[in-house]
Design a protein around this ligand. Structure first.
Ligand SMILES: Cc1cc2nc3c(=O)[nH]c(=O)nc-3n(C[C@H](O)[C@H](O)[C@H](O)COP(=O)(O)OP(=O)(O)OC[C@H]3O[C@@H](n4cnc5c(N)ncnc54)[C@H](O)[C@@H]3O)c2cc1C
Length: 245
């Protein structure tokens, strides 16, 4: 984080920029992480959170970034140029922003795992239906053993994901500490979703490559899921560190 928020009387003055911000163009209330103490050691102790209203002078929305998928939400660059935010817009305590993020990012990761699980189930269901309907060489394509096994493999992984994510929802709602498990679910289920989307597109043949078929759009939407809300590699880093590695 390089954006700074320096106290000046009753205000903090924000300078910096953010990239890849979901719904940045339509947002009217933003939570911004910025460094209130750029010299803090360790650096994470100098991070604070601010609520910034969309019409604050010095807050500038950049261009809408062109993505390969997820067209239903904009992704934007945001700029803060001497953006004066009332000190009362500090969220929680100064210097505690990183701790708040660590707490809430878990929830974001869990939500990601849940939506990836739901997407895998939906993509699979539509593909199973297609494999039962589409006939080649005198029978539905799902009846070829190679495809039947592919569908069974996917169904098995999807069931494993469902059991895991259901367990985490219960534990999260009970207030349990499930940081490692949530990171595991985030990386494993989103990677599983990628495999499912790829194989399901293959099972649709040439039609799967056409955007008029939902599987094509799903394939494009799915790709980002192992990247945003923390990449697969970063999830593994968090888990590894918590294992003492
Ligand atoms: C569509 C979209 C929407 C987004 N929405 C938001 C949003 O609303 N708010 C927000 O704050 N962010 C948002 N992001 C940002 C997103 O969280 C980041 O893109 C993501 O965390 C990866 O960071 P990066 O792009 O800087 O990649 P980098 O950090 O540059 O990583 C590049 C590659 O290197 C790997 N890598 C990096 N560090 C390590 C390491 N220590 N060990 C091993 N491998 C490593 C990564 O895993 C990745 O494969 C969004 C991104 C996208 C694409």
């Amino acid at each position: 984080i390089r954006t700074t928020a320096i106290r000046d009387g009753d205000h903090y003055v924000l300078n910096g920029q953010k990239t890849f911000i979901t719904n940045g163009l339509i947002s009217n209330l933003l939570v911004v992480a910025a460094k209130t103490d750029p010299k803090a050691d360790p650096p994470y102790r100098g991070i604070s959170l601010f609520v910034v209203e969309g019409d604050t002078p010095g807050f500038i929305r950049g261009r809408k970034l062109e993505k390969i998928g997820m067209k239903g939400q904009d992704t934007a660059e945001l700029f803060f140029e001497d953006c004066r935010v009332p000190a009362s817009n500090l969220l929680g305590k100064e210097g505690a922003g990183f701790y708040y993020l660590m707490e809430k990012l878990q929830q974001e990761r869990l939500v990601c795992a849940i939506s990836a699980q739901a997407a895998a189930e939906a993509i699979f269901d539509m593909t199973l239906q297609y494999c039962l309907e589409r006939e080649q060489f005198g029978r539905p394509i799902g009846k070829f053993q190679v495809n039947r096994h592919k569908l069974v493999d996917m169904k098995t992984e999807i069931e494993i994901g469902r059991v895991f994510v259901d367990r985490l929802i219960v534990e999260h709602n009970a207030g349990e500490e499930i940081i490692s498990e949530t990171c595991m679910a985030k990386w494993w289920i989103t990677e599983m979703l990628k495999r499912v989307a790829d194989q399901c597109l293959q099972l649709h043949g040439g039609y799967g490559y056409m955007l008029e078929y939902p599987i094509a759009k799903a394939y494009l939407d799915v790709r980002v899921q192992t990247i945003y809300a923390g990449t697969t590699e970063i999830m593994k880093e968090i888990i590894g560190k918590r294992m003492g590695l």
